[in-house]
Design a protein. Structure first.
Length: 222
């Protein structure tokens, strides 16, 4: 440890190598979260529909995705899809598609649990006043479910941000790639990895603290 020199990092290095990677990690997190929640909600509704034609494929998709490591999904999509379509897709686009598809399986389980947490009496009350299934979900169930699930959804988003470092495997320029590139150029790879770990820790710890405060506030309102 005596040979480490963490002072090699300056604002010039950060702006040149790290900032672009950080913004890609943030953009990937936001897109994957929004896309994953949207797709995951559809999957959750399919699994709760009671119709085998919808339940079976949704269940196979969710359980299949949750049984495969994310890095294997990323590499598989990045290597196999260009081979099948006959042209490259690009690391960034591959990362976005893969993360949306993968995270949807996890958000689906969160959404399904949130929907099931709403008392059935409210659903029956909506049906009693003539609401259709879609109206019941849109106006009664989902608004309450989202409120119940908000802390869990945000926690999953923090995990998603950590997982964005896996796109390094296909050469996408994320936050970790920025630190790694700077470390190689300046001959300080160990320091670069340590600083990257510190940045990830600070960001995720701060976000986790905010989620905990939000969860406490919601609990007080209830």
């Amino acid at each position: 440890m005596g040979g480490l020199d963490l002072s090699f990092v300056s604002w010039d290095i950060i702006s040149k190598f790290v900032v672009n990677g950080f913004w890609f990690s943030v953009q990937l997190t936001i897109v994957a979260t929004l896309g994953g929640i949207a797709f995951g909600t559809v999957l959750a509704l399919m699994r709760l529909s009671g119709k085998k034609l919808l339940m079976v494929p949704a269940t196979i998709y969710v359980n299949g995705m949750r049984s495969i490591p994310l890095v294997m999904v990323i590499l598989g999509f990045f290597l196999l899809v260009p081979f099948m379509i006959g042209r490259p897709i690009g690391a960034e686009l591959s990362a976005i598609i893969t993360f949306v598809a993968f995270e949807a399986a996890y958000f689906s389980e969160i959404m399904r649990a949130g929907i099931q947490s709403i008392p059935r009496g409210q659903v029956h009350a909506g049906q009693a006043v003539g609401m259709t299934y879609s109206q019941n979900m849109r106006l009664i169930v989902l608004p309450q479910a989202f409120r119940n699930m908000l802390p869990i959804l945000l926690t999953q988003t923090i995990i998603l941000f950590q997982d964005t470092s896996l796109v390094y495997a296909i050469g996408a320029y994320d936050l970790l790639k920025g630190f790694t590139t700077a470390g190689k150029i300046y001959g300080r790879p160990e320091e670069a990895y340590i600083l990257a770990a510190i940045v990830y820790f600070v960001i995720c710890y701060a976000l986790s603290y905010l989620v905990k405060k939000l969860q406490a506030k919601i609990a007080i309102i209830r």
